[in-house]
Design a protein around this ligand. Structure first.
Ligand SMILES: C[S@@+](CC[C@H](N)C(=O)[O-])C[C@H]1O[C@@H](n2cnc3c(N)ncnc32)[C@H](O)[C@@H]1O
Length: 259
């Protein structure tokens, strides 16, 4: 029997050299959660830069290739925060074009730590751009109305169309989901994003994958994935967690992940 071509991969590589060798129009969707220009050392990786220009000269060439490797109906979601979100949005606009802006999703959360000199900064910015806004995929999602409107006319039985600001808890230090990798994002967030922008069988790329949250969400939702990170610990963590996603698929996973 002919060997099935693996869809799912976890690759140890810098983002740029990986991207430049990828074929054009391969991926249905890209999610990235890159460094944020926050000038912190997270232990597993450094988010420290000489200047914001230095930061953007790492990210911009990756965005150009991201555009190339997306399918014509694909979207990209770039997850950052206030430190450089204004630069990243302009970078995306340059590559994808202002007409292809889809949403700025604001992920609101509560976490410890507050300054007395300004309001607490408790949200991240997720910029979504389409390769072509006339063709891009989008699965409309609904959420409950803020009040119960019963069966009144004009109200959809499945709730209102979801807003672009989402309240989803960050992972607490004791959350079962935690895998020990710093900056790990909640599965609920990634699952919501993938449900909105992909369908079953689609292939998702994350070239700053960290502990592989995108891969786990993709696996749970029957999407394929390619995960890339330059840190061996990230790749190891992602491979380990992906082995546990669906026990019945373990043998396939082992073959696909080369583990
Ligand atoms: C914010 S973390 C991603 C966390 C991930 N979303 C999760 O839920 O675990 C960013 C990741 O980007 C990786 N990284 C930083 N610069 C990179 C580069 N140039 N190429 C590939 N990976 C890089 C870091 O090693 C780190 O794991």
């Amino acid at each position: 029997m002919e060997k099935r071509k693996p869809t799912n991969e976890v690759i140890l590589s810098e983002a740029f050299p990986f991207l430049k060798d990828e074929p054009s129009e391969k991926y249905d969707f890209i999610y990235i959660d890159p460094p944020y220009y926050c000038q912190r050392n997270f232990g597993e990786f450094q988010d420290t830069w000489e200047s914001v220009g230095d930061y953007m000269s790492m990210l911009s060439p990756c965005l150009e290739h991201a555009h190339r490797v997306l399918k014509p109906d694909g979207n990209i979601c770039v997850h950052v925060d206030w430190h450089a979100s204004h630069h990243v949005r302009l970078g995306l606009e340059k590559v994808f074009g202002e007409d292809n802006f889809r949403n700025e999703i604001v992920w609101c959360y509560n976490s410890g730590g507050a300054s007395k000199s300004h309001f607490s900064r408790k949200h991240d910015n997720l910029f979504v751009y389409a390769k072509d806004s006339e063709r891009c995929k989008f699965n409309l999602m609904r959420e409950p109305y803020p009040r119960n409107y019963g069966d009144r006319d004009g109200f959809h039985p499945e709730g209102r169309i979801m807003n672009d600001w989402w309240q989803i808890g960050i992972l607490s230090t004791t959350a079962k989901e935690r895998n020990g990798y710093p900056t790990q994002k909640p599965l609920e967030l990634l699952e919501r994003i993938l449900k909105a922008y992909t369908n079953e069988g689609d292939v998702v790329l994350d070239f700053f994958c960290g502990s592989g949250t995108t891969g786990e969400a993709a696996r749970r939702l029957n999407r394929g994935f390619v995960l890339v990170d330059k840190n061996p610990k990230a790749v190891e963590t992602a491979k380990k967690r992906l082995q546990n996603v669906a026990v019945d698929l373990l043998s396939v996973m082992d073959e696909e992940l080369g583990i």
